[in-house]
Design a protein around this ligand. Sequence first.
Ligand SMILES: [Zn+2]
Length: 266
Amino acid sequence: MRASTGFNWCFLSPHLDDAIFSCGGQIHQAKAKGESVNVVSVFTADEPSAERLTYDAKCLHLAWGLRDNVYAQRRREDQAACETLSAAWYHLGFSDCIYRRDQDTGSALYDLNAVMAGEIKSPDAALLCKIIEAFRRLPQSQHVLAPIAIHTGHVDHLLVRIAAELVFRQKGVLLYYEDLPYACGVDLDSRLSQFNQWESQVHKLSEQDIEAKLLAVDAYTSQLFDVFRGQRPGEILASYANRIGGERIWRKKRIDWYQAISAECT
Ligand SMILES: [Zn+2]
């Protein structure tokens, strides 16, 4: 199902799995209340031809158990997961960082270490502009959820958060979700409490919400072993939900810059 009209909720997913891994329970809950949900995945384009793949990309494909038409298969997994939750899905068609190259030198922008290093390379500035344009063209939504991306350092997650802040923050619709399962071992509460600008809210989940989420998570067959490091996805996500009380979302408080500067300067 391709989204074309307005939605109650829009979940921005860097890759074909992040939104459902992180927010599948609240998506199920919203749909049960009759609300509309759009899952927008950003880095969804077909992989380059075999001779253009880096060694790291080939290793990842091996870990995913996929040989040919890798991203076509991943898109089908995402479609199946979203349909399990009766959510609309939309694929923006940008290339994953493991395939991106410097246009001038032709060299790969990120190896597997650089992917998680939290440093966006300067050639990606043009890509950021394109993502911003794509976000501007999305159907209206009452709430837009972006990955908080604090604990992953993944450059694609950071790009999505930055673009979301530039497009949706001023509109007052932007919320942040915790990127799961990467946030499972991180104490975000104490990390963010140092800064006075964050507040959180837990979406309490029922047994049915968690069950529905795990059913949708299972659709990402190629990703489960790699992302969950060989552990059981259901156990990791359910134990996190039990510890937190559901799925937690964050909001940045509005800062009155005039007051803040006035206070500093008097
Ligand atoms: Zn991701």
